[in-house]
Design a protein around this ligand. Sequence first.
Ligand SMILES: [Mn+2]
Length: 334
Amino acid sequence: MKQRHRLIAPMPPGPLDVVGDVHGELGLLERLLERLGRDPVTLGPTGRRAAGRSLVFVGDLVDRGPDSVGVLRRVMPAVRERRAFCVMGNHELNALRVPDAVDHSHWFHGGGVGPPTMPQAVLPPEQRADVLGFFRSLPLALEREDVVAVHACWDAASADRLRGADDPVDAWRRAHDLTPPGGWEAAVDPADPAAADARLVRRNANPVRRLTAGPEHRAPHPFRIHDRVFRDARTPWWDAYAGPPYVIFGHYWRRPGETPAVGDPALPFGGHGPTDELGLPGSDGRRSAMCIDHCAGASWQRRPPAVAAGVAPIATGLSAFRWPERELVFVPGA
Ligand SMILES: [Mn+2]
């Protein structure tokens, strides 16, 4: 019998340790768990610091880094036994949706696929079905009254469309195959056709995509990230988000030590320091969103083949956010 679960699932009660995108960086995860007062193998509390707290991952456990397999060997049993919780990232969704290796996912597909990269531990092929089953079991968001964990974007209307659904791939496909009256072209703003094309409108209207990858908008001009040119930029949805609930998310690379310039379409955190809380200030002056992706997994950019190919290395790290303390715990990459 197919296992039933909910795509929008309840957050466990009590205080939380919420971990950002791990992207196969097992060593960083172990150091972060120790800083949280947890055993790096069982993930459980080793003392008072983590006692009575729930461990939550915001997704993107895998791809890019050297040991996605090792990360899954720690996190999968803990999540299955409800000793930890995890929401789905766009990389887990990719593994379910995309048949070929993309974006440093050769740990899953085998072989040396992709751009300049580091060696990756490869999953034995007979374990692929088990890993896909685990990914398919992940909710898209964990919510409760005060706080939500989601991979990229909290959007209550999208979440409402997914309530009652239990399969992320079916939900993605249903939304993708949906055609509004007149087609997606008719949904493009006739007053400002340069603001979006039909494909962009369709992507933004897909609630699974919105929660796992966030909304996008047409950039004022095409822009480059490494060797790729983009027309559409990631929308800093947090700049218009007031809460409640408080939203803890990952997905968007926040470069440790850098405050990006305002107006660069490649960098959605213009004007925000890398550890700043985000969102519109509430009546108490406090903000209600926090992105805790500090570029774990990007350490492949430091490897000689990447440097030789002209890929600039960036600072990296892995972070956790302690709720309700609002304390950021950061471990820098090597
Ligand atoms: Mn990520």
